[in-house]
Design a protein around this ligand. Structure first.
Ligand code: FAD
Length: 492
């Protein structure tokens, strides 16, 4: 489309940004733009409903996106219902010439998109989809035999040049925000789909707002703060990303995960900005490559989900489908009930509420409940504690994270849970059981993180004197129990 007189409908999904947005860029180059967002009916699509914290985030991000689009005269329709019904009817009702979106990769949503594309194209509407959520498309990086990688290290080696090319195309070639973005001159006609009514946030969500500002501008500010070192507020000085990313009290990581989750900041922009900061000597090269590698872990998780759509419900390593994890039937799935349901419910409740009596686990779970986020090192520790010391099925943990993380993501969450539990591709071996006390001594030696979230834990000596509960399990015994379960699994 080159004559600049067309009208294009841009369907925003997990790409809630104006900058580095290939679909929006294409639409703006063609002429007038209308935006649409859909709260997709899970019963119609079969998609897993978004968790509560992520829904909180999305709602706020959408209102910021609508405001930014309006500054350019672009109206944003926010509708609810079956996306196939809406997206096959809307282009005709609005008399647009083309429909565009940035791709999504999870089933069943990618099939929903294919159906819409086919129907619209058959009716004569131009439709285009673009990359933008990931650095590499999930089918793009393959082994010499054309198969998807299942191990990260060779994957990341092969993916790096592909990612660099994609960054050059999206960020270096495109303007930040399309220069000529504009909306239609005429008012939009009424459309027969219900607009979304704002829902009252759950009371617990109030504390999320104390910790986060969703939206593209906030995301860019978070990226800038990371690059200038402003986020790293630790009293012990800045350890840098590569050395500090395992220290939960150091604030050494970017804090970008929810912005990447909702596409308020593109991974291309982060990659590019970090590379430029390294070139300029503002960020050490080791920090730059460590961060690039984490972005590739994100792509890798999506590549695995693309090839394993049941990642959230089924162990990738088949032998683990027989593992005697405790399961309370509160989740859908084909797992048989195992163990004493009441005891498991109590254990899960202690884990979720951060009252296990294990300070690093409790600190992490309370950080999650209060802020909707948890430090990566601590995510691994609480995951190991749940699946090994408590022998609870990893899907209970995955579901809790799905509901409570603002960055809860259909790929990264199940992928990392399977990694921690030992049943995923390239996973941490099951017998690697984190000792949460050793982890605390190593990564929180001054107790800065633990004291922030568990103030009643007054240090190892005073631990049992105050109101802080004693450990709910003996770490040594529960470790032996987990190893014995693993041995049974491997017995001939
Ligand atoms: C059990 C478990 C569950 C997790 N669930 C999620 C989830 O639902 N959503 C999510 O985005 N991350 C998840 N992670 C990965 C990781 O913990 C977070 O991405 C990270 O803590 C976010 O903080 P940050 O943005 O400061 O990270 P940084 O260290 O600054 O990393 C930059 C970006 O790289 C990506 N990244 C970093 N580590 C990983 C990783 N291990 N896997 C995939 N991408 C990564 C994220 O997009 C992150 O924002 C999970 C990890 C574990 C162990």
């Amino acid at each position: 489309m080159t004559d600049r007189s067309a009208m294009t409908l841009v369907w925003f999904r997990d790409d809630l940004r104006l900058a580095d947005n290939a679909a929006l860029e294409w639409a703006a180059q063609g002429g007038e733009v209308i935006a649409v967002v859909i709260d997709e009916d899970a019963a119609a699509t079969g998609v897993r409903p978004r968790g509560a914290a992520a829904s909180w985030w999305r709602e706020r991000s959408l209102s910021r996106l609508a405001g930014r689009l309006l500054e350019h005269g672009v109206p944003m329709l926010h509708l609810a219902g079956d996306p196939v019904d809406i997206m096959t009817a809307l282009p005709g009702l609005l008399a647009v010439d083309a429909v565009v979106w940035n791709r999504r990769y999870e089933e069943p949503l990618r099939f929903v998109d294919s159906r819409i594309k086919e129907t619209l194209q058959a009716g004569g509407t131009e439709v285009h989809s673009f990359p933008g959520h990931l650095l590499t498309e999930p089918w793009q990086v393959t082994t010499g035999e054309g198969r998807p990688y299942r191990v990260f290290t060779p994957y990341s080696r092969a993916a790096t040049p592909v990612a660099e090319d994609a960054v050059a195309q999206l960020v270096e070639a495109a303007a930040q925000v399309p220069a000529d973005l504009r909306g239609p001159e005429k008012d939009l006609p009424e459309v027969p789909f219900p607009p979304v009514r704002p829902v009252d946030p759950a009371p617990w969500a109030a504390s999320l707002a104390d910790h986060w500002t969703p939206g593209e501008e906030a995301g860019q500010a978070v990226l800038a703060a990371f690059l200038t070192g402003d986020r790293r507020t630790t009293a012990t000085g800045s350890p840098g990303y590569a050395d500090g990313r395992d220290i939960p009290d150091a604030d050494a990581t970017t804090g970008l995960s929810p912005y990447l989750r909702f596409g308020e900041v593109s991974p291309h922009r982060v990659w590019y900005a970090v590379a430029r900061a390294v070139d300029a000597g503002d960020v050490p090269a080791a920090d730059g490559s460590a961060l690039h590698s984490e972005l590739l872990w994100r792509d890798f998780a999506w590549q695995r989900l693309y090839h394993r759509p049941d990642l959230a419900s089924r162990c990738v390593r088949e032998q683990f489908t027989q593992f005697p994890w405790r399961w309370d039937n509160s989740l859908p799935g084909d797992v048989k009930h195992l163990g004493d349901a009441t005891a498991l419910a109590q254990d899960l409740s202690a884990w979720r509420s951060g009252t296990t009596g294990i300070p690093l686990v409790d600190a992490g779970m309370r950080e999650l409940w209060t802020t909707g986020w948890m430090h990566n090192r601590v995510r691994m520790v609480v995951g190991s504690f749940l699946t090994k010391n408590l022998l609870a099925d990893w899907r209970h943990g995955e579901q809790w994270f799905w509901d409570t993380l603002v960055d809860a993501d259909p790929a990264s969450n199940p992928f990392n849970w399977q990694w921690v539990a030992g049943c995923g591709d390239d996973a941490s071996p099951y017998f690697r059981i984190f000792n949460p006390e050793t982890q605390r001594k190593k990564f929180d030696p001054e107790l800065g993180y633990v004291n922030r979230w568990v103030p009643e834990f007054a240090g190892p000596e005073a631990a049992h004197a105050g109101p802080y509960p004693p450990p709910m399990v003996d770490l040594r015994e529960s470790r032996q129990r987990a190893l014995a379960a693993y041995e049974c699994l491997n017995a001939p």
